[in-house]
Design a protein around this ligand. Structure first.
Ligand code: AMP
Length: 264
């Protein structure tokens, strides 16, 4: 139901809320009269069963955090509420779907768009607030909004980090103390690349970054790349793109982490 004249800001999440999620709620509150948050661990976007099973679901703590943050409505549906037993979804997202996250998590973005479309239909937000943390996901949702002509504005919010630089993530709780130390190499590498970006070539930066990431044991780099901020195509040289972002995905122990830094 649309409330007359009230702007609705929407923050879709999978729960296990942290200050990163809450920064999206805060932004939504600044720009809207009503803020809706959804918590739904969406099975269709998971590509590993154990990841889905082990995904944290602290709903009581989450509800308290949302109340303190001034969120007006929590939408926390069951899987049965969101999905019929047999459902097809296929949207042509073009090349963006096959790259990076899409290559390592086949079908992931079909699942993401499937649930986000349903959530937009239910909530009917004026604006949805999404995190730069999942940058490719942001571009994918933007593409879906354009393709389907959905009447939703998208806002991309900055990455919230722990004091030592680790990007906040609901999956960080799976890291052992030692793995958490190892994981710091990810944000440190991105900071290093950002600092040296004005002085080094794309190729040189990429080589050094990969070396730095691999300098730790117990890390398995899936990709590190400097890509165009619109298409996520690999950047060959700095002049060929208007915007450049460094994106990384790596496994530390069993935990898969992603992070990025906008460079230009
Ligand atoms: P998730 O619950 O992981 O699906 O994330 C829900 C939303 O919060 C997505 O739009 C994410 O990009 C965003 N988000 C996740 N981590 C962070 C972070 N560290 N800082 C800001 N936003 C984030």
């Amino acid at each position: 139901m649309k409330l007359k004249g009230m702007k609705i800001g929407f923050v879709p999440t999978m729960g296990a809320l942290h200050p990163g999620h809450l920064s999206l709620i805060k932004k939504a509150k600044e720009q809207n009269q009503l803020v809706v948050c959804s918590i739904f661990v969406n099975p269709t976007q998971f590509t590993e069963k154990s990841d889905l099973t082990n995904y944290p679901r602290p709903i009581i703590e989450d509800t308290q955090l949302l109340e303190s943050a001034g969120c007006n409505v929590l939408f926390h549906p069951s899987t049965e509420e969101m999905y019929e037993s047999k459902e097809e979804w296929n949207i042509d997202l073009g090349e963006l779907e096959e790259k990076w996250e899409g290559a390592f998590r086949q079908g992931h973005f079909q699942g993401v768009t499937q649930i986000v479309k349903k959530l937009f239909d239910v909530v009917q937000p004026d604006t949805a607030y999404l995190g730069q943390k999942d940058y490719q996901q942001f571009l994918i949702i933007k593409k879906m909004v354009q393709l389907l002509k959905l009447p939703v504005k998208l806002v991309c919010c900055p990455i919230m980090r722990e004091n030592d630089g680790l990007a906040m993530s609901s999956r960080n709780i799976h890291l052992s103390p030692q793995e958490r130390q190892t994981a710091l190499i990810i944000s440190r590498t991105l900071a290093f690349v950002k600092e040296l970006f004005p002085f080094k070539s794309v190729e040189g930066l990429t080589k050094e970054a990969v070396l730095l990431l691999n300098s730790k044991e117990d890390i398995k780099v899936e990709y590190f790349a400097l890509v165009d901020t619109e298409t996520m195509e690999l950047v060959k040289d700095k002049k060929s793109s208007k915007g450049i972002i460094a994106c990384v995905a790596a496994r530390v122990g069993k935990t898969r982490l992603i992070d990025n830094e906008i460079l230009a």
